[in-house]
Design a protein around this ligand. Structure first.
Ligand SMILES: [Zn+2]
Length: 440
């Protein structure tokens, strides 16, 4: 097992009670700041509170949550909290539905982000010697900026290739000897396929040892498969965060929690995370599934209080005893799905990631293309159709593959789905966020 490298040992080794005490004092300070802002006074007043009430640790749970609609209603600078002239940089959400929402970062916020990211990198075992192929987009999107700032703070060497340019990337991975890669798992898969077509063997010719793969809800099975196509010992790390949280800064696995697919809430001194039942908003117990709710504790511009991410995760059975010693930073599983993506088919709860797990573990399927169609009757989801592709290199027939996926869905999810297996290349490919569920 890798040696433990704490970026901020004083904080990372705190006991849980001490982490909570630190959060409470930062909430009180946040309340004093927000007291000056009419927009926030108004928000607190909805619960019969004022921002200063944050000095009482119980006050947070009494506050209304924040949702997309709350931000949209305050267009163009929702809950900015500082003058625009104090903002060093704006970033925005992707805006897949409606106008993107912008979030401001002051100079201090960018320093905070750099520190949060550097801690994440150190947690996965990245150091100043690493050469990183940084494949995330810059511009208004927060992903690339966060990675660039964090790598600089860590002292690692950044090769900001950005997304795309696969032909160049597979060659530079050989010639420049990148030891880490930051891009989606689908892109890893694409690069590996492309490399093999050009006579490059990723396992032999590349030196990648660490990967960060955020931005997509991906199954553990698919991650295992990608790891197996890379050099011996390569670990791909799921990274979780969001623009509202101030970056991809919320959760990451350590070397100890990675095999069990568990992520530490690593920046609890700056991002307070609640895991709650999406209906009652009550905290869930260890081992239960809940929605992540985010409060930014120190961000100056565009802070959020009780932001509903809609992302569902399972709180670990034993959240506070990771052997790495980060006992105050709880462990959660990967994102299972979105509370608004959850499908109830004839009363049975189904997440697209469960279907993906099955596709990924069935021999002969193309792993990057699958699609779910649901049929709605009288406001109820009645029928689940799954379309998959047969990998051209497979010796199995389309019927054989479809039958296996169908019986796996029945066995694991308890529902009868219709499964059709198509030739490779028939179904849509998605470069960024895949739309796996289509209603008809
Ligand atoms: Zn750990």
């Amino acid at each position: 097992m890798t040696e433990i490298a704490y970026r901020d040992p004083d904080f990372e080794t705190l006991e849980r009670d001490d982490v909570l005490a630190l959060q409470h004092s930062r909430l009180a300070a946040l309340g004093q700041r927000l007291e000056q802002i009419p927009e926030w006074q108004e928000h607190f007043a909805r619960a019969g509170l004022t921002p200063r009430d944050l000095a009482d640790p119980q006050a947070l749970a009494a506050l209304p949550t924040l949702d997309k609609e709350d931000l949209r209603a305050r267009y163009p600078y929702p809950l900015l909290t500082v003058p625009v002239s104090d903002v060093a940089r704006f970033c925005s959400t992707s805006g897949t539905t409606g106008l993107p929402v912008v979030f401001g970062f002051t100079d201090a916020d960018l320093d905070l982000l750099a520190g949060q990211m550097a801690r994440i990198f150190a947690t996965i075992g990245l150091g100043p010697e690493d050469r990183v192929y940084q494949g995330y987009t810059g511009g208004m999107w927060l992903g690339g900026v966060s990675m660039d700032l964090g790598l600089r703070a860590l002292g690692a060497t950044n090769f900001p290739l950005g997304p795309g340019r696969g032909e160049l990337a597979i060659q530079w991975l050989v010639d420049q000897g990148h030891t880490a890669g930051f891009f989606t798992l689908l892109w890893y898969m694409h690069l590996a396929t492309l490399a093999r077509e050009k006579g490059i063997d990723p396992r032999r010719d590349w030196q990648l040892r660490l990967g960060i793969c955020g931005g997509q809800a991906i199954s553990k099975a698919f991650q295992d498969e990608v790891e197996a196509t890379m050099p011996e010992g390569f670990r791909a790390h799921d990274l979780y965060g969001s623009t509202e949280a101030g970056g991809p800064v919320v959760a990451v696995p350590c070397a100890h929690s990675h095999p069990a697919d568990q992520n530490h809430l690593i920046n609890e001194d700056s991002v307070l995370t609640e895991i709650v039942d999406p209906q009652t908003l009550e905290p869930v117990a260890p081992g239960e599934v809940g929605e992540i709710i985010i409060t930014t504790l120190v961000k100056q511009a565009s802070p959020v209080l009780r932001w509903r991410t809609r992302d569902l995760v399972r709180l670990a059975e034993h959240p506070y005893d990771c052997p790495c010693g980060r006992r105050g930073l709880p462990l959660i599983g990967r994102v299972i799905g979105r509370s608004d993506d959850m499908l109830k088919v004839r009363g049975v709860m189904v997440f697209p990631s469960q279907i993906e797990d099955i596709v990924a573990t069935t021999a002969g399927t193309a792993k990057d293309a699958w699609q779910i169609y649901v049929t709605e009757e009288r406001q109820q989801l009645e029928q689940l159709d799954v379309e998959i592709e047969r990998d051209t290199a497979s010796s199995r027939s389309v019927d054989e593959i479809a039958d296996e996926v169908q019986s796996q869905i029945a066995a694991r999810l308890g529902i009868r789905a219709r499964v059709a297996c198509r030739p490779e290349g028939t179904l849509p490919r998605y470069e960024a966020k895949a739309e796996r569920v289509l209603r008809r």
